[in-house]
Design a protein around this ligand. Structure first.
Ligand SMILES: [Zn+2]
Length: 229
């Protein structure tokens, strides 16, 4: 099938390997620092609550969600969700992740431009990701072979743009998190490295996702150019 050729691996492999490496780094950093207790004895939930309250975001609830590293801030609900481990965890890793999610709430409050842009891109990206296979098979079914590649390029452009915007938003949330944790005295000097290591490892997974999308997009652009010859 023309969808895959021998060059596909060449484009897919670097993103895949980087993704695996990022996951290994994250598991090892998170594994190590989720065992390291904080001097303050705070849980992730308490640290997030403190950061939010001190920023005047007393109306943003901090709730527990099941799953591993399912932590996120939901801008539509204006609520912060922490995985069980980080909600109850009294570790450097739990407090670091919780503060990162609180960092997203601070971005929302500050109407940080890239955060707003990312929010606006969520529905269209969700549609593009969900519609990807459907549109692909519909084009083949209708015999619209010529437009399959342009359609896939359009879909991957949307996904890549979303990940491109996500990256600085994630880095910014982590730097807000570190700033607040130290400023409010929730994390002490010797605990800084652990927080930074966990948050940097988490950011690397977003870098891997972006690289993977860019390469997939390049693959289809190459395919489109080749088929025109
Ligand atoms: Zn984040």
């Amino acid at each position: 099938m023309f969808h895959f050729n021998q060059f596909y691996l060449l484009f897919a492999l670097p993103g895949l390997l980087l993704g695996i490496w990022a996951q290994i780094k994250l598991s090892s950093a998170y594994g190590k620092y989720s065992q390291e207790p904080l001097d303050s004895g705070m849980t992730g939930a308490q640290a997030a609550r403190e950061i939010l309250d001190r920023a005047g975001l007393t109306n943003v609830p901090v709730q527990e969600v099941p799953g591993h590293l399912t932590d996120h801030y939901d801008p539509t609900k204006r609520a912060l969700f922490l995985s069980t481990d980080n909600f109850h965890g009294q570790s450097v890793a739990a407090v670091g992740v919780a503060a990162h999610e609180a960092g997203h709430a601070l971005q929302h409050q500050a109407a940080y431009g890239l955060f707003q842009a990312r929010m606006a891109l969520v529905p269209i990206t969700q549609f593009a990701s969900a519609a990807y296979m459907g549109i692909f098979f519909l084009c083949i079914f209708l015999g619209l072979i010529k437009i399959v590649i342009p359609v896939i390029i359009a879909i991957f452009s949307v996904i890549t743009l979303f990940q491109l915007v996500t990256l600085p938003v994630e880095f910014d949330a982590s730097s807000r998190a570190k700033e607040q944790l130290f400023r409010l005295g929730l994390v002490h000097e010797h605990e800084r490295t652990g927080v930074a290591k966990v948050l940097d490892a988490a950011a690397l997974t977003y870098v891997a996702a972006l690289v993977s999308s860019i390469l997939t997009l390049l693959y289809y652009i190459t395919l489109a150019r080749d088929s025109r010859r």
